[in-house]
Design a protein around this ligand. Sequence first.
Ligand SMILES: *Cc1c(COP(=O)(O)O)cnc(C)c1O
Length: 393
Amino acid sequence: MSARRIRFIDPFQPAQIRRLVRQFGSPLLILDCERVRVQVRKLRAALQRVDLHYALKPMPHAAVVQTVLAEGGCLDLATSGEVQLARRLGVDPARCIHTHPIKRPQDIRNALDFGVRTFVADNPDEVRKFERFTDRAELLLRVSFRSPGAVCDLSRKFGCDPEDVLALARLAAELGITVRGLSFHVGSQAGDSAKHVEAIHACAALMAAGRRRKLGMLDTLDIGGGFPIDYTQPVQDIGRFCEPLRAALADLPKRVRVIAEPGRFIVGPAAIAVASVMGRARREGHWWYYLDDGLYGSYSGQLYDHARYPVEPLKDASERLPSVLAGPTCDSIDVIAENLMLPKLEAGDLIVGRAMGAYTWASASEFNFFPKATVIAVNLTPGDAGMAMPFPL
Ligand SMILES: *Cc1c(COP(=O)(O)O)cnc(C)c1O
């Protein structure tokens, strides 16, 4: 037995939330690294033998990156800024892939200089950009499978049509560029795994066709992200979501390495947003509460990510009145939620938004000079919970 006493802090408990606001002010985004660990383990259990590359985009924060790496995970980088963050944290580049289908020459050079080897391309122009780096870079070809059912369909903007994949692989071969395999991203917050399954089957057929034509493509299949989490609407449990997906992957040839690029699933449930009431007014029979965080801040995901977060005041009361929660800016669209039944609130009362780790703080702005929420990462090291510190990027 270690002499060290293991303390656990659940930073989502009311007393802890109040303590953190007293210490660090408001608004906060409280990030629980222990919950990040739980999410990594859950996804790993549901997708055994799939390498998990955390996509930084939903929450490009050092604490998340370090937690994922300490759990044995890898990274999916997409921009020079993300490469820079990984470099600054001393990440082993062998654990990173670069997946933006469209890159400036400088972006490619930045990633190569860091030591990344695997890149993604989805069209002839982009493949040609690697002609000068045949000794240092390898490609995954991103295939597009339209996904109108997903909340965010990512296959419209990126990916080549399945029928164009072999021609693209042939072009790469002619230029001496190694193609390692295929990748896809069916869209974020997928309702079920049917699209993933369809895409895996289609990629398996393309990979077999590539092998017959001696075009390589058979080392890696990257199944992207899209793994869903609960917001105001519950979704399928991740084990059930991945069941059909596992069955589809079992049909691939044994030598194919499968990787995934989860973003939302890893970090979404691991953070809450805490805002304070700045002031209130009674308008047309409703109490309007003006918070120090809103649609231009942590709640930006309501616009960009089409998300609806469970939002509740920290204090409870039996009497509840029709209420509106509004953000701080002078813009009239800056309203978080209307037609809520809330206890009567006062200036300084705290409002908590849950499942707010993904696509929230990352897309927040400082419109009207209202600063972004301060990120407080808690439980940075497993088993040594008693630490909370601000993490400036
Ligand atoms: C955004 C993104 C992800 C993460 O998607 P989630 O739905 O958040 O899991 C993964 N890969 C790529 C290429 C992305 O653009």
